[in-house]
Write a protein that binds this ligand. Structure first.
Ligand code: SF4
Length: 438
């Protein structure tokens, strides 16, 4: 090799540095899987977190119950799909008759109000933050079982939410009951911060075996920003637990997804989360931040937002694991005028009361109907409709809801309403949602 005369390196012309390379010098160490995602200063040391996650997964995995397979599992899914198909035909009949008291596709259960986080954007759909609300009146385990039984008379799927549902010691018992009642899919939405402690406990060893879709909130990767946004001292616990769950969920046949609230000034962080989930094969649920019953205008005005949306839709077209159909995401992320049919996804509060016809209404106070006072949903739906007909409820008028909510759940009802006259498009959307983890 030719000897170079000694030169002053500082005078050497610098090769043009690709922007992200500047970060590498300062950024945390990447994982080999990272192709789209570029670690940035302030992001976690993924090499260390992944080692810790590997050790946790190795300790927890042998203790977990195996997921249910075979005829009983087939029967559960078939029963749920049969309920959904029956309701679809009935809902088409009702829609043709001009009715909007549509039977539920799934129900959202606020299993409790307390939470170990205090997220900036937390909203009970009525402008309050769950952890700041009175938590008394939460259903007992037995009452929870009864709620699931009554809701299963018409709702094929359940969405466990909070507050923070993993703070309920009996959550594994509730998800187990949901499984025996043939709910499918069983979805749990959580901040994911406690799994490294919980999954080790005997009473939680069957939890993952009973859950079909696990949705963990992750709104950025910058730890300082997460700590400030969530008012939580150890945000990296969530990211480490996601790396643990990524290992466990595949064997447990659980679809692991990340839910990201898209916020003004944090679009680049949302993009980093999306790229990170793509590289790690985790599903992604984008949700625009809402202020009251509508999208935060500051998000739509954020100059980075249109580029992010265009990229996300391109990736969706290319097959990326973004929840919801392309059509739904196009409408959700642009806050397109919404055909909201809230009875398709009723909200049941921590005390077992169902908000009719919707929880977020601002012009008209919702009715609160006690689900435990019924044995079947049909008389509850009839009573709700008698007292507040949901026909034309969505709108700006004094006798209407006064909102244009822009949560993913609202656009699932919009998608379903479209599907009442376009069945193939709905079938495609449902198949996409139920697509099993690769
Ligand atoms: S858009 Fe209206 S009807 Fe729909 S959830 Fe919001 S407030 Fe309720």
């Amino acid at each position: 090799m030719t000897e170079l005369p000694s030169v002053d390196a500082r005078r050497l012309p610098r090769a043009p540095v690709e922007p992200w390379r500047r970060y590498v010098a300062q950024a945390p160490r990447p994982l080999p899987e990272f192709a789209r995602y570029r670690p940035r200063p302030g992001h976690p040391d993924f090499a260390r977190l992944d080692r810790e996650a590997q050790a946790l997964a190795e300790r927890i995995a042998p203790k977990l119950e195996a997921p249910q397979r075979g005829p009983r599992e087939g029967f559960r899914r078939t029963r749920s799909i049969a309920t959904a198909a029956q309701s679809y035909l009935e809902n088409r009949r009702r829609a043709r008759a001009g009715r909007e008291d549509l039977l539920p596709l799934y129900f959202i259960w606020t299993t409790l109000r307390p939470c170990n986080f205090r997220c900036d954007y937390c909203d009970d759909h009525r402008g309050a933050r769950y952890p700041e609300l009175d938590g008394h009146g939460k259903l007992s385990t037995e009452q929870g079982f009864r709620l699931l039984e009554v809701m299963r008379t018409r709702a094929p799927s359940v969405y466990f939410a909070g507050g923070e549902p993993t703070l309920r010691k009996d959550l594994p018992a509730l998800t187990r009951r949901a499984r025996t009642l043939d709910f499918y899919p069983i979805v749990v939405n959580t901040n994911g911060s406690l799994f490294h402690r919980l999954l080790d406990k005997p009473e939680w060893r069957g939890f993952l075996a009973d859950v079909d879709i696990l949705v963990v909130s992750l709104d950025a990767l910058d730890l300082a920003r997460l700590a400030a946004m969530w008012k939580a001292p150890h945000p990296e616990d969530v990211i480490r637990n996601l790396l643990v769950l990524r290992r466990l969920c595949r064997a447990q046949n659980v679809k692991l997804m990340v839910n990201t609230v898209l916020q003004p000034g944090l679009v680049a962080e949302a993009r980093a989360v999306f790229d990170w989930t793509e590289d790690l094969g985790i599903g992604f649920c984008p949700v625009p931040r809402n202020v009251g019953p509508r999208i935060d205008q500051a998000l739509l005005d954020d100059p980075e937002y249109p580029g992010f949306v265009a990229h996300l839709l391109d990736r969706k077209r290319a097959g990326a694991k973004v929840s919801g159909s392309l059509r739904m995401n196009q409408r959700l992320l642009s806050a397109a005028p919404l055909d909201c049919r809230n009875t398709l996804k009723p909200h049941v509060d921590h005390d077992g009361r169902l908000a009719w016809p919707c929880k977020a209404s601002v012009n008209v106070e919702p009715l609160w109907l006690d689900v435990l006072a019924y044995d079947h949903l049909d008389p509850l739906w009839a009573e709700g409709t008698r007292r507040q007909d949901p026909r034309g409820f969505h709108g700006p008028g004094p006798q209407q809801c006064g909102g244009d909510c822009c949560w993913a759940q609202n656009y699932t009802t919009d998608e379903y309403a479209h599907g009442l006259t376009h069945p193939w498009s709905l079938l495609g959307a449902v198949a996409d949602f139920l697509r099993r983890p690769a």
